[in-house]
Design a protein. Sequence first.
Length: 359
Amino acid sequence: MTSSSSRLRVGVIGCGVGRAHLTSYATLPDDVEIVALAGTDEDRCRRLAAEFNIPRLFSDYRDLLAQPDVEAVSVCTPNYLHAPITLAAVAAGKHVLVEKPLAMTVAEGEAMVRAAEKAGRVLMIVFNYRFRGDAQTLKRHIDAGGLGEVYYVQAGWLRRHGIPGHGSWFVCKEQSGGGPLIDLGVHVLDLALWLMGRPRAVAVSAATYAALGPRGRGLWPGLRPSSGGGNFDVEDLALAFIRLETGATLSLAVSWAGYTGWGDDYFVHLWGREGGAELTVRGYAEADTLRFFADVAGVRTEMRPQCPAIPGHAQVVGEFVRAVKAGRPTSPTGEEGLAVLRLVDAIYRSAAEGKEIRL
């Protein structure tokens, strides 16, 4: 493990969402030194390398992993590359922070977790919405007994028009593993289960639809519309009803596009025996997102906590750095990412087979 008195030398693989990782690492100059960057978009990578003063730039991630002084890497690539890059990184002795989802399949995720455990390396997944100020406030309230036993949760991420384009890897199942469920749904599934204390799912009943995407509708604003057809073989809406080992139930709805009043919004609403809570984030807002409900002195009461605006991505990167430097476990772990991936797999299987899946 790295000495806590030295700076952690990191490399970033991927120059898209990799920018968010670079920005977060750059806020920790006393703890981190960004020494290498790898990506296939050479122009973008050169601009990022110049902006963040990164001394080494590679077009092949394997060349970055061959650098002996790189101690940890961020994997910020399309989904189909998460597993091969993470496995190669762990084999090279690197700690890994990987973007969501952990992998495209359960088998890939299991291999990643086993490899990191065997090598004694940290494998952490970017479930950054846990680290926001509103989510942290809600978690403390739940853990303090503010809701009592939580028996029902509604969770979702719904977009009016947010399909990431025709012909992109996002809408190609071979490269993404699925549509909005594996893209957005993993975040709210993790958030809901984490708030509830991570109960195990025992049964899933689900349905998926591709109502708009194959016809070229519902594209992200600013993207070029399609007349239909094209490469789109994933869902644009996924729905699930999940039974948990505690007896509680979780309903899930995630979409890239639909004729609804939602914009680009996510939510987790919890019903407890002593109180309720609604976390509703519209358009990535950081204020006025949380409500608590209870009876106070026999009167129906709604509370609106004034939560600190804490950016989740910077916090998850900081936690990864601290865990690696201190040689301690951290969360969200690769195993937690795998648990969500198993649930995603069950949802897709239930939808495909038209029946409940027992876990």
